[in-house]
Write a protein that binds this ligand. Structure first.
Ligand code: GLN
Length: 194
């Protein structure tokens, strides 16, 4: 299985390490040519306005969008979740808009820039998943075709819509690989289906 990690800016190395630990072959995606043989792609956390701009500058915006629309699984974490969202409250920044959700950026305010919380994510089993939130967004609303996978404090923090997955926290900064393995299962299912 070949998984790409968008490596324009942000926390891509940690995703790469986690995927390698799960036994995947990993490509750092910086050019169109890196997309060719991918089975799935991760868009990491970082700064969503920068990542959106670099996607265009590096001619990756349209090709990634098309691959996603053609069924390639994509997983966005934190800034990656913002990039995948269709609507961003009070922002017209560049986004792929592949998921029918509305996100709020930097949603927790200055006093709580970063925090950790135990999350119940039923598809991962009974043991809670430790969510690390760093200047995190949350999802304000979703359309009916979007599945809510986790909430924290009454706010939606993880969703899936078909071949797209996103979360507001940073699973790559823990040593719990269950979220990555869940995504890899999605990739595997998509591969068997195509
Ligand atoms: N605050 C960042 C943004 O709005 C996201 C932060 C993160 O990815 N850790 O893009």
């Amino acid at each position: 299985m070949l998984i790409g990690v968008l490596a324009l800016q942000g926390a891509f190395r940690e995703h790469k390490q986690m995927l390698e630990k799960c036994g995947c072959e990993v490509v750092e995606v910086r050019k169109n040519i890196h997309l060719e043989k991918l089975d799935g792609l991760i868009i990491p956390g970082g700064e969503s306005t920068t990542i959106g701009k670099l996607l265009e500058d590096w001619d990756l915006f349209q090709p990634i969008k098309e691959r996603g629309l053609n069924g390639m699984p994509i997983f966005g974490t934190c800034a990656g979740m913002i990039i995948l969202a269709k609507n961003i409250v009070d922002s017209d920044q560049k986004r792929l808009g592949l998921m029918d959700v509305e996100v709020v950026r930097n949603a927790y305010g200055r006093q709580v820039d970063s925090f950790e919380a135990d999350l119940e994510i039923s598809v991962l089993g009974e043991k809670p998943f430790r969510g690390i939130f760093i200047r995190a967004p949350y999802i304000k609303s979703v359309e009916p075709q979007v599945g809510i996978m986790a909430e924290h404090d009454g706010k939606i923090v993880m969703v899936r819509q078909g071949n797209f997955l996103s979360c507001a926290f940073h699973p790559e900064l823990t040593d719990d690989d269950r979220v990555h393995r869940y995504f890899l299962q999605m990739v595997n299912d998509a591969k068997n289906y195509n």
